[in-house]
Design a protein around this ligand. Sequence first.
Ligand SMILES: Nc1ncnc2c1ncn2[C@@H]1O[C@H](COP(=O)(O)OP(=O)(O)OP(=O)(O)O)[C@@H](O)[C@H]1O
Length: 225
Amino acid sequence: MGAVLQATGLLVGYFRAPVCGEVSVTVHPGEVLGVVGVNGAGKSTVVRTLAGRQPALAGDVLVQGLPAVPDAVMFRRQVSAVFDDDLFFPALTVREHLLLVARGHSLDAPDQRVTAELEFFGLRDRADVVPEALSSGQRRRLLLAAGLIRPSSLLILDEPEQRLDPVMRDALAQRISDHAEAGAAVVLVTHDPRLLVQTASTCLVIDDVVEQLDPDQGAAIIAGS
Ligand SMILES: Nc1ncnc2c1ncn2[C@@H]1O[C@H](COP(=O)(O)OP(=O)(O)OP(=O)(O)O)[C@@H](O)[C@H]1O
């Protein structure tokens, strides 16, 4: 099967200065690429570049053969990315946010799909409040629900475990694995060794030289051993 994501000779950073070594990686349907490294190593910069949110300093990113051009409709259709943005419409309720995404992506039976996500993310009781009235963990759940309700061939998650309780982290791990099994490629930045081992098929270690290791080795790096 062809690659979903292919990054070749990718250099990422700010003001022409790379923040980490060159990234060359290929992710196929059904694979989960864990991305690990110490604080400030450049993980978010790498995945923001993969998602087309910032330009590469050098190299290429292709998703389903398409260059990472953020406002190209075909690219946006393929890529669902959840960062730590906490960007919401202040006057829309939790349910309305999810309906907006579901309808925007022309999902069948959007009301039922939204109800299912509210149930999965434990937000049913908070469906009719605005984001400001949620706890920080509930806002994180809403962001993840919005990223997962829509179809995507590439799902990019930047530290999705942040602010989630352990039960929700385990449910998310299962959801990530299910999403990959359904044929998507997933790129997961994480500081959680358990989430990494539960989900990842391979692991990229971001540093001055970028290495690809197996998830157990990546988990040991996160744990600092
Ligand atoms: N907008 C920016 N302008 C300039 N430098 C930045 C910017 N954002 C991040 N940096 C710097 O780039 C480097 C990599 O940051 P990045 O956020 O990619 O690291 P990270 O590996 O995701 O870290 P963490 O684990 O703390 O989330 C850091 O030294 C950071 O200070």
